[in-house]
Design a protein around this ligand. Structure first.
Ligand SMILES: CC(C)(COP(=O)(O)OP(=O)(O)OC[C@H]1O[C@@H](n2cnc3c(N)ncnc32)[C@H](O)[C@@H]1OP(=O)(O)O)[C@@H](O)C(=O)NCCC(=O)NCCS
Length: 251
């Protein structure tokens, strides 16, 4: 299979390596808005996202993968390419251990040394980075990024566009809301709502993340549906009494 890589930055190079270390795949080159000519390690820049969409049949590719670490940008490009019917392929390093009883979505990459256990379901366009571990029956939703060495114990749910910083550890049964970010080395021992930045052991609230708004001031990134808490007033910043309150700094 000939694969195009969208994004020629650091993660693009990781994905190039992944493709070379996967069974039955061959990299064709990169698509990138910022560079042209020769790309990383001598592979060509074939065009940008626009030319990819406009000239798709001419490139004679079997599929593409969006190799951009930042979740929102990766999601935006993934959605454009999907809408045009361009096949988004998942790529698994030959030294990743993925259970035959796990399900992996379109466009998701699973890097070297990662482990995905039985019953785990990884959505579309996510990154399970180097050495990350997703244990049995976890659910990782679309466009998430588990940075290197992060560990999900069994039955954890990770929301859309979540980024778990390098080395984050999550105990069993926890749910992490959409777009929430954890700092490197975090330990998560309670559910986290949407749109938070947390860090520490155990995590404390660093700040609420901005909602994206359109010209009319309407939220554009609240995809959580009616009746669901979306960050702000959902508890973590409100605890004031305990040593475990995430709103309180623990030094
Ligand atoms: C959490 C993180 C995103 C915060 O970045 P930031 O918004 O620039 O935050 P700041 O550096 O201003 O720090 C804000 C506060 O959080 C604390 N903090 C930041 N990162 C922390 C971490 N990993 N663990 C504990 N506390 C942390 C800071 O000490 C600071 O505390 P203070 O207000 O008491 O001084 C960043 O520090 C981090 O850990 N990123 C991980 C990225 C990663 O793993 N990338 C891998 C890509 S493959």
């Amino acid at each position: 299979m000939k694969i195009g890589i969208v994004g020629a930055g650091g993660h693009g190079r990781v994905v190039l390596d992944l493709i070379l270390e996967s069974c039955g795949m061959e990299p064709a080159g990169f698509f990138d808005q910022k560079i042209s000519g020769e790309g990383p390690y001598g592979w060509p820049i074939l065009g940008d996202e626009t030319s990819l969409v406009e000239n798709w049949p001419g490139f004679r590719l079997d599929g593409v993968v969006v190799a951009i670490g930042e979740n929102r940008t990766r999601r935006r490009i993934f959605e454009i390419l999907s809408a045009k019917g361009i096949p988004l392929v998942s790529i698994i390093h030959r030294q990743a251990q993925v259970s035959r009883f796990a399900r992996i979505g379109a466009g998701t990459v699973i890097c070297a040394g990662a482990v995905v256990g039985p019953g785990a379901v990884i959505g579309d366009n996510s990154i399970i980075n180097t050495g990350a571990s997703v244990d049995h029956d976890c659910r990782v939703k679309d466009h998430a990024h588990l940075c290197p060495g992060s560990v999900l114990a069994g039955t954890v749910t990770v929301g859309e566009e979540v980024m778990l910083g390098t080395g984050t550890v999550v105990i069993p049964g926890i749910t992490i809301g959409n777009r929430t970010i954890t700092g490197a080395g975090s330990v998560v021992i309670q559910d986290l709502p949407d749109n938070l930045l947390v860090a520490g052991v155990p995590v404390r609230l660093i700040r609420h993340l901005e909602e994206e708004k359109d010209d009319q001031g309407k939220k554009t990134n609240d995809r959580s549906g009616p009746g669901k808490k979306t960050g702000g007033k959902s508890g973590l910043g409100e605890k004031t009494n305990g040593r475990s309150g995430l709103g309180k700094k623990i030094n």
